[in-house]
Design a protein. Structure first.
Length: 194
């Protein structure tokens, strides 16, 4: 039952996101990026994990630019073509290090980027189709970020889910393997987990 509910929520939110005007994506994304950059954890982090936005996701590219400009070590996910649900993480030093990968998403080029065995950034920005106030998320259903968040992390690690205010919903059905983020950042508020 929960899976069907999740699928229904996912489809409704994706439909709404797909109809967003470019100006709204830019304005709302800008508010979210400013909120993330105002976090002391962003300022302090030496290693961060970010994603490349697609299909009207929160545009975090200004965070990529800030990370590169401030000398942070920037990791980005790279999906394994032959192992669904598994991501590797490459060190990206510039946009030129990215190439089109799985699902048409820009990701670290396997021939140009370093892929360390151990990746443990202090801050990870997590995209989602929807989040609830407890930090649980609905993604595309592959479990990629749940697997990453389930791994042992640094003590000072902070996971930040980013979404537009309309993607914040009550009562996402939670499965035993679902992992929540510590902070949900929308264009209107920051929701910390206690």
């Amino acid at each position: 039952m929960a899976v069907l509910d999740k699928e229904k929520i996912r489809n409704e939110l994706l439909e709404k996101r797909s109809t967003m005007r470019k100006a709204d994506v830019e304005a709302m994304s800008s508010s979210i990026v400013e909120a993330v950059m105002s976090l002391e954890q962003w300022d302090r982090a030496e290693e961060v994990l970010l994603y490349w936005p697609i299909r009207n996701e929160v545009d975090v590219r200004p965070l990529l630019a800030d990370a590169w400009g401030s000398g942070k070590k920037l990791f980005m996910p790279c999906c394994r073509r032959d192992e669904p649900g598994i991501m590797d993480f490459g060190v990206v030093r510039a946009e030129a290090d990215l190439s089109s990968g799985a699902f048409g998403i820009k990701e670290p080029c396997r021939t140009r980027c370093e892929f360390p065995d151990a990746v443990s950034p202090e801050l990870i920005i997590v995209p989602g189709v929807g989040f609830d106030r407890k930090g649980f998320r609905i993604g595309f259903g592959g479990g990629y970020y749940d697997r990453f968040l389930a791994r042992p992390q640094r003590e000072e690690f902070l996971s930040v889910g980013v979404c537009y205010d309309f993607q914040l919903i009550e009562g996402i059905p939670v499965e035993p393997w679902d992992k929540n983020v510590q902070l949900v950042c929308t264009d209107k508020e920051l929701i910390w987990q206690k």
